[in-house]
Design a protein. Structure first.
Length: 157
């Protein structure tokens, strides 16, 4: 009697499953977001957001991510699917909570200064760039966040 060989193929059932596997592999293999970004030719900020499920990848980008993180082929379509962006509620993660706190405290000030400089409108999070960098400081290194979004004025109709 001949025995058939069973091949286990992991099937990704959601974008969240793909993200969990990416994070697990990143930790296990010591992969950095910067190195991934260099391999796909995008910024580390965009690459990280895309790998965390907040951006949609092209087929070529998805193929490289599958290769880098040894993902199953079923991850390809999830990486190219339009994302459910944002989260519901306020994160209890201390770093994310502090960012929320920054917006709570300084949001009205930022809005006033944008309105004064540009007029009534919004800063786009679609036509947008983010830069995260380290600033050396003798009292302890500082985190520098630069948010650059296209100004979109409200229009009369």
């Amino acid at each position: 009697m001949r025995r058939s060989r069973i091949i286990s193929v992991e099937v990704m059932k959601s974008r969240e499953d793909v993200t969990k596997l990416i994070l697990s592999t990143k930790i296990q293999k010591g992969i950095t977001w910067k190195s991934v970004a260099e391999k796909i030719g995008k910024s580390k900020e965009w690459t990280t957001a895309a790998c965390l499920g907040q951006m949609t990848m092209t087929k070529e980008q998805a193929e490289k991510i599958v290769e880098i993180f040894d993902l199953p082929e079923s991850a390809l379509s999830w990486l190219q699917t339009v994302s459910q962006r944002g989260t519901s509620g306020i994160s209890s993660d201390p770093l994310l909570y502090r960012l929320h706190e920054v917006i709570s405290v300084y949001g009205p000030t930022i809005k006033e200064l944008i309105v004064e400089e540009f007029g009534d409108g919004i800063m786009s999070a679609i036509d947008f760039n983010l830069t995260v960098a380290r600033e050396k400081n003798e009292q302890g290194d500082r985190v520098s966040l630069v948010l650059s979004g296209k100004f979109l004025p409200y229009k009369d109709f």
